[in-house]
Design a binder for this molecule. Sequence first.
Ligand code: HEM
Length: 410
Amino acid sequence: MTATPTLPTDAGNGPVFDEADPQYRGVARHEYLATLREGPVPIAWDMFGRAHLLRYHDVRSVFLDPEGAVNVGAGLAIALGATSGPLFDWQSHALIVQNPPRHTAMRGAIRSINARLARRLAPLIEEQAHRLVDEFPSDGVVDLVHAFCFTLPVRVIMGLLGLPESDEAQIGEWSPRALPSRPEGVPDADRVNALFREYAEARIEERRSAPRDDDLLTDLIHAQDRGDITRDELWATVQTLVLAGHETTSGALATGVHAMLTHENQWEQLRSDPSLAEGAAEEMLRWDAAAPEMGRVLTRDWEIGDRTLHAGTVVALNLTSANRDPRVFDRPDDFDIRRSNSKEHLSFGVGIHRCTGAPVAQVEMPIALRVLVERLDHLSLAEEPTYDPGFFRQFDSLRVHVRTDPRRAR
Ligand code: HEM
């Protein structure tokens, strides 16, 4: 099923790799990274000159030292050649790339996204998951990405922000194009980011004139009124939440279900014991990091293996590789929903930027799995999927055979 990865070339510094290499973009990503991670230098340079840290403990220690490694602001946009324009503007104000004190203020504005909120959302998530399965054919082929994995998290995040379900299709069309992985994607990303901002600002103004008691958008507007966040930070946060809230969960669900269906007995185990759903979700998150890498700039010299990375080096914390580090995960390339330490994955990051939405995803993913095993009599792969070329790890589509269980129809 997988291609053999070509060996990276040595450029004096250490190995170099091209993230656009079809092998890296496709199913061979993990073999490709293992070759690099287990080589003599556990660092690989990408085509943008960023040093990818590949081992778990290196990645974790950089995450945990927000003074020794700071965020890069619009660094990703700049690396793609966007030094101004809508993509650059969004990236400049996005919470995820800020440092304290702006980061602290912006994070405070969304502190209501927490485990308590996630538990409160559970019945709504379950209802939405059932509604989506209601639309499946009783016996036929369905694209699980669009019919389920993508739509469920979009509905959840739109619901949290109090945005109408009727905007879902538009958001679904923009999102995969908003954050490109290659410079060629920038012009389209600029167009989409301009539209996204216009959309966010229009919804903010609507809500400002008709505030609600119970939605995150109203909370964010209050935070701006109090002076905690700026006007730019407000629209950028709305856009970040919409994107971060579903592209990630959607990718993790789709690549995880695929892993479940292509590894012997995993789906069957879950079917016979749905209480395994929480563990299965963590293993899915470990298996293929949906947000594959996070950038930082080093502010002091760091020892990585026997190399020194100097202050000023731009690093990419490669979560995909860290999650398969055999120093932490026994038999890392086995997909095992009963793995005892899958929760140690780094897919949500760790430290001050740890994913705000992790509690939501950790409620949403097990619910999604339980609804699927409960409602489906049969689920199998109809064809091998191809990967989306964007930043997030996701399939273009995931075509599966489904047969719904008529006894479980609602
Ligand atoms: C499987 C699902 C998800 C994955 C894999 C994921 C991944 C991540 C990662 C790796 C970070 C850390 C960034 C860094 O350290 O540079 C992050 C941050 C963030 N995530 Fe998630 N995320 C997921 C779901 C969500 C959801 C559902 C939401 C919103 C409800 C969300 C909102 C955010 C926000 C706002 C941040 C920025 C936090 C900060 O910078 O302080 N994410 N996410």
